[in-house]
Design a protein around this ligand. Structure first.
Ligand code: DI6
Ligand code: FE
Length: 407
């Protein structure tokens, strides 16, 4: 006869299941866990008679799917607080980048750092995300920009998954910036990526997807198209930093490669939104970068809703444009600056974030058969998760059915 390892009772459940209204709420619910999966959930009054090893009362707290941060650059050397201060004295992000600062400053610091140093710094940030309810984190490379240093970054990301309870999803972002060695010839760098770097990373199984920065200060659609064609030939799905600072046809390009996601999207056109909808790509909105760069043009939220493009929200945690180490704070910002409803913000960091990572079948909602990644919150209603700024109401976190220490 079936038996359960743990039964959670005395909780209200925001299941966040697709096509359910009002957060998929189950009032006075119960969740049964067997192994690393949810075995049953529903109203407590419907509980079937099954043997249980342990029962825990959650004292009327709310539970949601554990949060998923689907766009971060968590592994990097140094920081760029001095550049942040320069920007506030009136120097623009693009001017700093053109003068060799910006991404290249972090490339230098990351190349100089050993793996242990990178691991320790990233672990501090990852622990902060976990303490705010996150169980799954995507981490991009992109500050190495040569074979050895991109591999070093991806190995550190892999290790983070071994030393913490979180699931780490690794993305190769070698097309982030033209490295100094190729300063005069971006196309030659793209050749190097396609001929050597991507195959070397794929052979070592170090990446789950490939990303690129398609922007006037980075790579053109033609250059990114070559990287994506190579990624696809190696069996790797793609995603794109698209239309953040200018309209460059990034969303259309991402859609033409059936991208998992297109991210930022401030300047995406109506045609770009339609292309994403047709491709089934997720839109990942990044309010931390929007506020840090003091942008004014907002992503086309109304068009994304109208066309049924799934909307995810992520931290974009990076030292240049989004030094944001709380996904719940990203939800709070997305509601304020992009006008997402609190329910959209929570869907955007659970169900839609899972979809953006290609993990929708396995996590992102609370339902039987999915991973028991469960966040427990000391709030009166899940809308409060987007409401409060500066405090974490997290009361508990289970990853794969196991309690995670929050200290
Ligand atoms: N994500 C990125 O990769 C770039 N902007 C963004 O939102 C730049 C990151 C950086 O300046 O280091
Ligand atoms: Fe980014």
């Amino acid at each position: 006869m079936a038996s359960w390892d743990l039964l959670l009772v005395d909780a209200h459940i925001a299941t966040m299941q697709r096509d359910k209204v009002d957060y998929g709420t189950i009032t006075d619910g119960a969740i049964a866990i067997a192994g690393d999966e949810i075995a049953w959930l529903g109203p407590r009054s419907d509980l079937p008679d099954v043997a249980v090893a342990a029962t825990r009362s959650l004292g009327g707290h709310w539970v949601t799917p554990a949060l998923i941060d689907c766009h971060t650059h968590l592994v990097f050397g140094g920081d760029r607080a001095a550049e942040f201060e320069q920007r506030l004295r009136g120097i623009s992000y693009t001017d700093i980048a053109a003068a060799g600062g910006g991404i290249l400053a972090t490339v230098q610091a990351t190349r100089e750092a050993g793996p242990e140093e990178l691991l320790a710094a990233a672990r501090t940030r990852l622990d902060a995300l976990i303490r705010d309810g996150v169980a799954t984190v995507e981490i991009k490379s992109g500050y190495g920009l040569d074979v050895d240093n991109e591999i070093k970054m991806l190995e550190v990301a892999t290790q983070l998954g071994d030393v913490t309870a979180a699931t780490i999803v690794r993305t190769l972002l070698a097309a982030h910036c033209v490295p100094p060695e190729y300063a005069a010839d971006a196309d030659a760098y793209i050749d190097h990526l396609c001929d050597e770097l991507l195959p070397a990373v794929a052979e070592r199984n170090l990446a789950d997807a490939v990303d690129a920065y398609c922007e006037s200060i980075a790579f053109t659609t033609a250059q990114v198209g070559r990287v994506f064609a190579t990624a696809k030939s190696l069996g790797l799905p793609v995603k794109l930093h698209a239309d953040q600072l200018s309209h460059g046809g990034g969303a259309e390009l991402a859609a033409s490669f059936d991208a998992l996601s297109a991210d930022h999207l401030e300047y995406t056109s109506a045609a770009g939104v339609k292309a994403l909808a047709a491709a089934g790509s997720t839109a990942v909105l990044l309010p931390g970068a929007f506020v840090t760069l003091d942008e004014s043009r907002k992503p086309p939220v109304a068009a994304l809703r109208e066309c049924g493009v799934p909307i995810a929200v992520a931290t974009d945690c990076n030292p240049g444009t989004s030094p944001l180490v709380s996904l719940r704070e990203a939800m709070a910002l997305a509601s304020r600056v992009f006008g997402l409803t609190p329910e959209e913000c929570l869907a955007g960091t659970t169900r839609e974030a899972a979809t953006a990572l290609g993990l929708g079948a396995d996590r992102g909602t609370l339902e039987s058969g999915k991973r028991a990644d469960i966040a427990i919150w000391d709030v009166d209603h899940p809308r409060s998760l987007s409401y409060w700024l500066g405090v974490s109401p997290l009361a508990g976190l289970l990853i794969a059915g196991r309690d995670v220490s929050l200290t």
